[in-house]
Design a protein around this ligand. Structure first.
Ligand code: AMP
Length: 273
């Protein structure tokens, strides 16, 4: 496995290769969620590249850019153990040269849910991904369903820029008690971890209600909110796969999206129905 920090160096190594390239973009502090994306890539591509880059442009000024967990050595070991070929760790200076171009995510996707609280977040995500896609030219790129809105915005970016990259959506990995794995879970103390279980509990209950035949979104949302209490709720929404609110659940075309604050930590979770 090669650990590369320089963009030109990576490009020169990659252009010598033939076969499929799988790319897993991450911000590091790798956990089993990331690992499942990496495994999906190594199993299905000739070459796998994992990027580790805490992208400053997707953080708002009041967010946790400085204190975001950084565990470079452990991350490199994890990649090595997973059969990754290249770990790419560029610097902020290289990724953001002078007179930089910014990609704007479409308003209808980027101003709602995560984008309503985190203005400009998805512009930062697409701006950095566009750079990675040009550097790496991947065949397949791997994203988690955990960040449902991000996944939908990236799929739309690929489609509307006529890019021939294939987006692979990977299932949400959870700890044994149901908490969706996230690099930000390290911010939670023991008591907060217990409160955070309400997210999955509320989604499981919603799933059961839907299995039992309930399809009214408002009723399901009220039930979810009652389970989440007393957590501070940012949003609970039921949408179709195009992020449009829907009044009735449709099988295979529904997303239940949740964002709450557990203490000062903002957590998201979702269910694909
Ligand atoms: P991040 O490092 O948080 O930017 O995440 C990198 C990728 O890993 C994104 O595509 C995430 O959606 C994905 N990811 C993060 N947590 C999980 C999880 N618990 N299960 C599956 N994928 C995840």
């Amino acid at each position: 496995m090669k650990v590369i920090r320089d963009i030109k160096e990576l490009v020169s190594q990659l252009r010598k290769l033939s076969g499929t390239i799988g790319f897993v973009p991450t911000m590091g502090a790798l956990h089993d969620g990331h690992k499942s994306l990496i495994r999906a890539s190594t199993e299905n591509n000739d070459v796998t590249i994992v990027s580790i880059f805490v992208n400053p442009t997707q953080f708002l000024p009041n967010e946790d850019l400085q204190k975001y967990p950084r565990t470079e050595e452990l991350d490199i070991n994890l990649c090595q153990n997973c059969g990754v070929d290249f770990v790419f760790l560029p610097s902020v200076e290289q990724m953001y040269p002078k007179n930089d171009i910014k990609i704007m995510a479409p308003q209808n996707y980027s101003s709602i849910f995560e984008g309503a609280t985190r203005k400009g977040h998805f512009d930062g995500v697409l701006t950095v991904l566009n750079k990675f896609f040009n550097i790496i030219r991947p065949t397949n790129v791997y994203f988690g369903k955990k960040d449902a809105q991000q996944l939908i915005i990236v799929q739309n970016f690929i489609k509307t820029t006529f890019s021939d990259i294939n987006v692979v959506a990977c299932d949400i990995k959870r700890s044994s008690d149901g908490l969706a794995l996230s690099s930000r879970n390290v911010y939670l103390n023991e008591e907060e971890k217990l409160s955070a279980l309400k997210l999955f509990r509320s989604l499981k209950t919603a799933n059961k209600l839907i299995d039992d035949g309930l399809d009214n979104s408002d009723t399901i949302i009220i039930k979810i909110k009652s389970i989440l209490e007393p957590l501070k709720i940012d949003y609970v929404a039921i949408t179709n796969r195009n992020l449009e609110n829907i009044s009735k659940v449709e099988k295979n075309n529904t997303l239940i999206l949740i964002a709450v604050y557990v203490g000062t930590t903002r957590l998201i979770d979702n269910l694909w129905i």
